[in-house]
Design a protein around this ligand. Structure first.
Ligand code: ATP
Ligand code: MG
Length: 366
């Protein structure tokens, strides 16, 4: 147990709006699996956040919490070394969200580029609830509650992490008397409660989806909510169908018109996932000259993706047959997470001078 306490912490997670896909894998999950030995890892399934866009579908979110947990376990997140937990079962996060929301200017949320992108790409119009605009604050609370050092995420999360960093600085300056001139890495040494967290981007910062570009001409990111994803639970038939229907260069006519490799999901996927990069470079050169067909390159991509996903899918089948085991893992993880969250909340209330009854004595474990 002591060895775990001495390791620096990681916090990251996912919104249970669907199953995990290849974007999650290269953006974050792959890193999480690798970091389990060196870090004390906490993975949040952010189900309250899922309510921001689908409050009318609670049964779907209940199911998705299980789906994401199974995806984690199948991907190689080991519940003996890492803690997987459910956001709504951690009351301290909700309390901290409330306190931290007082430190976040409303216009700051409205300028957040990820919020703007989501409103546009998910077609939310002006019909989103107040809770949707609160989610970056809740996201900040998810992170700060665990006082982690590192947060492995995809690129779209960077504006949210910047908010977490700003809010941590503000809290530490206001309530822990940390000098505003303090360097980010010295905030804890200077008496702050919350570390100024560092993002850790995956080897692909923003994997595109399988579909056509959006209204602004840019390829959309692969996303559970945009119907353009290849999931870690897809079988070989589904992968084949998705790859064969994948958007490529629409202007290209094989043999007469050179093909465009840039901004073409077919080649973005080959560059990201194909272990044989020599073949990829050669095939790209042929493609540019119209000497190789889409179908041949797509077939190759099917093989590559099936080789990556099939072992994950097989491990997943074991958990699908045993939901009680998954619930047990979530329950144990949530208990471990609550211990740290309660400790943080007590320390935060003490810093804010709102610890009226002082029954509990808590010490930093660092
Ligand atoms: P939603 O569409 O519901 O927002 P999502 O697919 O964007 O779902 P999230 O739960 O919002 O997934 O993101 C979980 C993590 O995975 C975040 O760190 C995010 O940056 C990362 N991620 C999601 N999609 C991609 C992607 N296409 N490329 C790289 N990272 C991604
Ligand atoms: Mg998202």
């Amino acid at each position: 147990m002591n060895t775990v306490l001495n390791k620096p912490r990681i916090l990251t997670g996912d919104t249970p709006t669907g199953k995990l896909h290849l974007g999650h894998w290269v953006g974050s999950v792959e890193n999480r699996v690798k970091l389990q030995d060196r870090y004390d890892c906490y993975f949040i399934i952010a189900n309250i956040q899922a309510f921001t866009t689908r409050a009318e579908r609670p049964e779907e979110m209940r199911d998705n919490v299980m789906q994401v947990a199974m995806d984690y376990l199948a991907s190689g997140i080991d519940p003996k070394r890492s803690t997987i937990f459910v956001q709504s079962e951690i009351p301290a996060i909700a309390e901290l969200t409330q306190f931290l929301s007082m430190l976040v200017p409303f216009p700051r949320i409205m300028r957040n580029p990820t919020i703007k992108d989501e409103i546009r790409d998910k077609g939310l119009g002006d019909n989103y609830p107040i809770g949707f605009l609160m989610y970056p604050v809740s996201n900040t609370a998810d992170i700060l509650t665990f006082r982690p050092e590192l947060v492995p995420v995809g690129e779209d999360q960077l504006p949210h992490l910047e908010l977490a960093r700003e809010t941590a600085r503000k809290f530490n300056q206001l309530y822990c008397a940390v000098d505003p001139q303090t360097k980010d890495e010295d905030y804890i040494k200077a008496g702050g409660l919350f570390p100024i967290i560092q993002p850790l981007l995956g080897r692909v910062k923003r994997l595109v989806g399988t579909g056509a570009p959006g209204k602004n001409g840019q390829l959309l990111k692969m996303s559970k909510s945009l119907n353009n994803a290849i999931f870690l639970s897809d079988d070989s038939d589904i992968i084949r169908k998705k790859v064969m229907e994948m958007y490529t260069d629409p202007k290209r006519i094989h043999k007469t018109d050179p093909g465009c490799v840039e901004n073409n999901p077919l080649w973005i996927f080959h560059e990201t996932f194909n272990p044989d990069q020599d073949w990829v470079k050669e095939a790209e050169a042929h493609y540019r000259k119209g000497q190789i067909g889409d179908v041949e390159c797509k077939k190759k991509l099917v093989d590559v993706l099936v080789a990556l996903i099939e072992p994950i899918r097989q491990r997943r089948l074991v958990f699908e047959k045993d939901p009680a085991q998954v619930i047990k893992i979530l329950k144990e993880g949530t208990e471990r997470a609550n211990a740290i969250a309660e400790e943080t909340l007590i320390l935060a209330k003490r810093a804010m001078q709102q610890d009226y009854f002082g029954k509990r004595q808590v010490k930093y474990n660092k």
